[in-house]
Design a binder for this molecule. Sequence first.
Ligand code: NAD
Length: 294
Amino acid sequence: VKKKGSKYEKQAQPVNQTAVLGAGIMGGGIAYQSASKGTPILMKDIKDDAIELGLKEARKLFAKQVERKKLTTEQMAEKLTNIRPTLSYGDFGNVDLVVEAVVENPKVKDAVLTEVEGLVSENTILTSNTSTISINRLAQNLKRPENFCGMHFFNPVHRMPLVEVIRGEKTSDAAVAATVAYARAMGKTPIVVNDCPGFLVNRVLFPYFGGFSFLVEQGADFQHVDKVMEKFGWPMGPAYLLDVVGMDTAVHANDVMAEGFPDRMARDGKTAIQVMYDNERLGQKNDKGFYAYE
Ligand code: NAD
């Protein structure tokens, strides 16, 4: 963990105006967090209803702050003006840093990143919130790979303090510095990691999910395991966490890990997580996972 005033932040160019591509679960959360801490952010999507949803979510989170008397309604209104929703790239010329948070599809990300690179200034830092795609792989099609790195937030963005800043082979110190500084300005704790499957957090988390899966396959009661892990001191057990993450996301990330680390992560046969996915028990996103939701 880089402390304030570390070599990265000393070199950071100012990040005064930012943009997020994608107004989904993550893009909306990133826009809220940036706006809440005072950095103006353009929120771009290709769909009007996605923008509406992103804004609705941000309004809801600000309203909770008002309810808790942490903000006045005037302050809420002012902070909301920090989010500028848009369907076009019109104002991207003045953006210091872009967070790409569109769907987890390398082709879509390539198209979006190369498109935006052609519109921003040559000093603009481009970052990707990808959970599983290699940063070096995404940098391949860029003209200025030195200005590109990963900026991996966790869901829900407003509650999860950690941000992984992923340095690709060609990422410059200046790009890392600006991204670290922006993460801090958002009230987050950045860690700088190298590019590898799972980055840091998922390299720890997915073997844990794998261990949990084995227990269930051997007949363990998932609720019991959750209770045990809670007593151990974790805020939630693995079954509940998988419901939050989503079985589709977990299966995909696990495949990426298995490909990257076949000796440790590849398995014969179906995991309990895969069986849940096959049975369309995705977790909270479709109201049924290990647990049932209303
Ligand atoms: P999502 O499906 O909720 O949102 C994606 C948004 O991108 C949609 O609103 C879609 O309309 C928009 N979009 C698609 N093409 C676009 C384009 N060309 N330009 C602008 N917007 C476009 O997805 P999400 O869960 O927010 O995930 C976004 C990214 O964040 C993915 O790379 C994902 O891996 C990563 N991520 C997700 C989580 C999570 O828990 N959901 C956590 C960490 C990282």
